[in-house]
Design a protein around this ligand. Structure first.
Ligand SMILES: [Zn+2]
Length: 682
């Protein structure tokens, strides 16, 4: 080892228990030199693999690639975890500097012609047919990743692909900035008289928004979802709701410099050209090729299977809203700007649930215990708190995870409280992934949350949504902890985008089971179990207004898939949106959750283009998977749990997603479970 590694804890061997990063010794100034060294090391490794004079084999190419970049993995995982969960000015500066370097590094590997030639040679060799199932899967996935990045293209095509990607990146940024500009340009000023119906928290938010904007009005409503949605829910001024709503749904479609229509048309055309270059007919074919859904036809089938029930349910809901309006003496027909307002009144009348009454039954420690207990019942895991491990913040808790024979499974870190150094949201990440290629490497997995810490003698109390988030992220954590594969690239959560939410969303189901609630949902002062009536209300509330929510969501998902499949042939985007909505019979009282001119999921980048369906796809999977337990009459049924562990939680990317699911369930999922979960059928 040369001099810098001795002084740099990121590059030196870690002698900490379980090989935890030595957080106390790691300082921001260690990252730049560590990244530099790690990147150089990885480049040299890649160079050796690409220029190896001996014929390409699985061992000297695929295994060598799997083994390459270990230092970079180690430095990156510590860096990105800290940059999200406990950052500071120095780390932020390094982040800005290192992000483009890393992007460039990975892109250079993905488009390395010599390297791809060797991967391709292995793929077409006699050896390929003799590999075991896991090796074949790793080879196929590696090969496909290269093909999708354009490794197969000739120089002129590569150049064109580069131009397309650059232009798409520019247009995507332009798209977001236009939406933002339209949001900034609009405000609905309110006088004291205009506040009718608004609860204090909306009034406060409207005052704050006016201050932040330096507005001449004392209160303003802006088009940010967190302000306009509550305004539409509570304002009894129908004229103002109409004004604000119309402005909200026309973001990106106001003419002038911030209009997104031409940008969308160009993006759709460039995406199709990109797909054709890479050997696909449409952009949806390209995007879906490495997912569980596979084809636009399968996506359409899912959306069409749910659409009629959602529409029928929304119609029932509409009638209730209409009746509520009449009962209140409003002589109106429900319009889109009335839906949230009257839905709130129906909700209050039928399911009113006060969050302040629920929280005392959900102390954080009980919910953590409940998540651990569920993992014990399903997978035989136990969690043992360790106070002797190096951690990056005093609030972080560490647990050693053991299986039913007492063997070490991995480490679980829980970082539960909000603080200024942490970005918002909740997530699962890892400091080390499970694999067996570099020895029996066990994972170190972290859940990061943003709960408000309790104060004085009140423990931290969670809302029901918070508790569900904890179970969700813990499901992702188990997907990492239980992983049992050889090759790092298919470890844990390295599965398709429309499959990765199955372990997390499925886990949420156990929170609402009577067994878990009666054991763990207990009042922090009296230890009384949550009252049955409250549990019933929680259940009922989960299906409230789901016809509306599903129609809002599905219409966006349908427009997305049609734009990116053969249905679209260069039409003006808004005319096309209108045509698709007419074809499916969109209810006139509901507007798409994201209309085309501001549909950031699919146009501000590639992220969810031809992929907005995947939220629902995952939900179909989780509802159907939980039904497998319910059908046995035991939500912890050992045989079902054992298959769930083997084929889903422990399997990483070992199998194609549909094959993994069939191995667990005996068949592909059906939408019945989802329709029941959302209350769309009885
Ligand atoms: Zn998730």
């Amino acid at each position: 080892m040369s001099a810098p590694s001795a002084a740099n804890p990121l590059l030196a061997p870690w002698s900490t228990p379980f090989g935890m990063p030595p957080f106390a010794e790691i300082k921001p100034e260690h990252f730049r030199p560590a990244f530099e060294r790690a990147l150089a090391e990885h480049r040299a490794e890649i160079e050796r693999i690409a220029k190896d004079p001996s014929p390409a084999t699985f061992e000297n190419t695929i295994v060598a690639l799997e083994n390459a970049g270990r230092t970079l993995d180690r430095v990156s995982s510590v860096f990105w975890n800290l940059a999200s969960a406990h950052t500071n000015d120095e780390l932020q500066e390094i982040e800005r500097e290192i992000s483009p370097k890393l992007a460039q590094h990975w892109n250079a590997i993905a488009t390395n012609t010599e390297l791809f030639a060797r991967v391709d040679a292995v793929m077409n060799s006699a050896e390929a047919s003799q590999l075991d199932a896991e090796q074949k899967r790793v080879l196929e996935r590696t090969h496909l990743a290269f093909v999708r990045a354009g490794a197969r293209l000739g120089p002129a095509e590569k150049k064109r692909l580069g131009e397309i990607l650059e232009r798409l990146a520019y247009l995507g940024t332009q798209f977001s900035q236009n939406v933002l500009a339209d949001e900034k340009a609009y405000e609905l000023p309110l006088s004291e008289d205009d506040l009718a119906g608004l609860p204090d928290f909306v009034v406060d938010a409207a005052r704050k928004a006016a201050e932040e904007r330096g507005s001449s009005a004392k209160y303003v409503i802006t088009l940010s979802r967190s302000l306009i949605e509550p305004f539409l829910t509570f304002s009894s001024r129908r004229d103002l709701r109409e004004q604000a709503f119309k402005a909200w749904i026309s973001r990106g479609e106001n003419g002038g410099a911030t209009d997104n229509r031409a940008i969308i048309a160009e993006m759709l055309q460039l995406r199709r050209e990109r797909a054709r270059l890479l050997g696909y007919t449409t952009f949806a074919d390209y995007k879906l090729d490495n997912t569980m859904a596979k084809t636009a036809a399968n996506v359409r089938k899912l959306l069409n299977d749910v659409w009629p029930a959602a529409k029928a349910r929304a119609e029932t809901e509409r009638q209730k809203l209409q009746a509520m309006a009449l009962q209140e003496g409003a002589n109106i027909t429900i319009e889109p700007w009335d839906w949230r307002y009257y839905a709130e009144k129906v909700r209050k009348a039928e399911y009113d649930l006060d969050e302040a009454e629920v929280k005392p039954y959900l102390p954080l420690d009980n919910v953590i215990e409940a998540a651990f207990y569920t993992a014990g019942r399903l997978f035989g895991l136990s969690f043992h708190e360790r106070t002797d491990l190096p951690l990056y913040h005093p609030d972080v808790r560490a647990f050693e995870v053991r299986d039913d024979k007492g063997n070490h499974v991995g480490l679980f870190l829980g970082d539960y409280f909000a603080r200024p150094s942490k970005r918002s949201g909740a997530w699962k990440s890892s400091y080390r992934k499970q694999e067996r290629l570099g020895g029996n490497i066990r994972p170190i997995v972290v859940n990061v949350m943003n709960f408000a810490k309790g104060s004085g003698d009140t423990p931290t109390l969670l809302s029901f949504d918070d508790a569900r988030t904890l179970f969700h992220e813990f499901g992702h954590a188990l997907h990492g902890l239980l992983s049992d594969v050889t090759y790092p690239s298919i470890s844990g959560t390295s599965v398709a985008r429309d499959f990765v939410e199955l372990p997390s969303q499925l886990y949420e189901h156990w929170l609402l089971t009577p067994e878990i609630l009666s054991k763990f949902a207990r009042h922090y002062k009296t230890n009384e179990p949550m009252p049955a009536a409250m549990i019933e209300k929680l259940r009922a509330a989960s299906t409230f207004n789901q016809g509306f929510a599903t129609v809002e969501y599905l219409s966006s998902a349908i427009v997305d898939i049609e734009f990116h499949s053969e249905t679209y042939n260069g039409e003006e985007p808004i005319a096309f949106e209108k045509m698709v909505l007419e074809r499916i019979g969109m209810p006139k009282e509901i507007v798409m959750r994201h209309r085309t001119p501001h549909f950031a999921h699919i146009f501000s980048g590639d992220g969810y283009s031809a992929g907005y369906y995947s939220y629902l796809w995952s939900e179909v999977l989780d509802a159907d998977a939980f039904s497998a337990f319910e059908e046995t009459g035991d939500v912890f049924d050992p045989e079902t749990a054992s298959r769930l562990k083997q084929y889903i939680y422990a399997a990483g990317g070992l199998r194609k997603e549909d094959e993994a699911y069939i191995a667990f369930r005996g068949r592909l999922p059906t939408v019945e479970g989802l329709l029941r979960k959302r209350g769309l059928i009885g």
